[in-house]
Design a protein around this ligand. Structure first.
Ligand code: ATP
Length: 275
């Protein structure tokens, strides 16, 4: 007779990885809708309360009624570490699995994902099998998309959001103020009172350019981290190439999404769940 450990069937977890802007959140929601799941955020900036536009949290409408966990809730000045995340996300995954639903971990903070899955003696691995999906988009298309996304964030209130947490003594090295979009606005917000209109406009333009450049840099760093993880034992990461979706618009883009991203991902997860 096998030991207790070998007889207990492990739980199953889906992990959606990818650089910012690739559509991880959308895929996680598609999977949760299809497989009766709940989403667990693994973006280290979206864990904090506030800055919903700057950190690009999913909107209520986008969630399509799927419960999202660890999206906000951490105080803005707290320093939430990777180990804090491992403990919190581990508890949330356990609770979802106990409800008989599928936990879908999704977000761009690969060091936090690694800590959840392989940290603290790989305890998570002893209880769960993981299916890793990586939404990839070629850099030309992705950089263009994230730059345009910054323009949309401006329309949705990026400046007002950052102004609301602006503090002359702010420490940009901790908590939510580390988020791309916050330190870059410092020069503009400092000059807001008193500076000439022309100076302010130039400072705002420079801040926007810097936010775009830093977001593009972030996508490159995230890609490097995913490639490192793919080389480790136990990280059988399935790549879904979403580039085609970004070359299309409107309904055509939606059809491409189903054809090259959500359809193949649903098939992969179905196989994983049947194993
Ligand atoms: P590491 O902890 O080694 O930096 P990581 O993969 O966990 O790795 P990322 O999630 O890539 O880290 O985040 C790195 C930095 O990018 C963050 O500290 C923050 O400045 C910025 N960043 C990440 N996600 C967001 C976001 N949603 N909104 C704004 N800025 C972000």
């Amino acid at each position: 007779m096998g030991s207790f450990q070998t007889r207990v069937r492990k739980g199953k977890v889906v992990v959606v990885m990818g650089a910012t802007g690739t559509g991880k959140s959308r895929l996680a929601i598609d999977l949760a809708v299809h497989f009766d799941g709940e989403v667990v955020n693994s973006d280290k900036m979206q864990l904090y309360d506030g800055l919903d536009v700057v950190t690009n949290k999913v909107t209520e409408e986008e969630t399509r009624g799927i419960p999202h966990h660890l999206l906000g809730g951490v105080p803005q000045d707290a320093d939430f570490t990777a180990s804090d995340y491992r403990r919190a996300a581990g508890r949330v995954v356990d609770a979802i699995a106990r409800r008989g639903r599928l936990p879908v971990v999704a977000g761009g903070s690969n060091s936090y994902i690694e800590e959840l899955i392989d940290g603290a003696g790989r305890e998570f691995r002893s209880r769960y099998e993981c299916c890793f999906l990586w939404v990839d988009v070629q850099s030309k298309e992705l950089h263009q998309f994230v730059a345009e996304r910054v323009d949309r964030m401006l329309e949705r209130g990026l400046v007002e959001e950052v102004r609301a947490i602006f503090d002359l003594e702010a420490d940009y090295g901790r908590g939510i103020r580390k988020a791309i979009g916050v330190p870059e606005m410092d020069g503009f917000l400092r000059a807001e009172e008193g500076a000439h209109e022309g100076t302010k406009a130039r400072l705002l333009e420079a801040a926007i350019d810097e936010i775009k450049a830093n977001t593009c840099k972030l996508t490159c760093c995230q890609l490097q981290k995913i490639n490192r993880l793919r080389g480790l034992p136990g990280w059988d990461v399935h790549c879904v190439d979403a580039t085609d979706v970004f070359r299309k618009r409107g309904e055509e883009a939606d059809r491409a999404w189903e054809e090259v991203v959500s359809g193949p991902s649903i098939e992969m997860v179905q196989k994983f769940l049947n194993q």
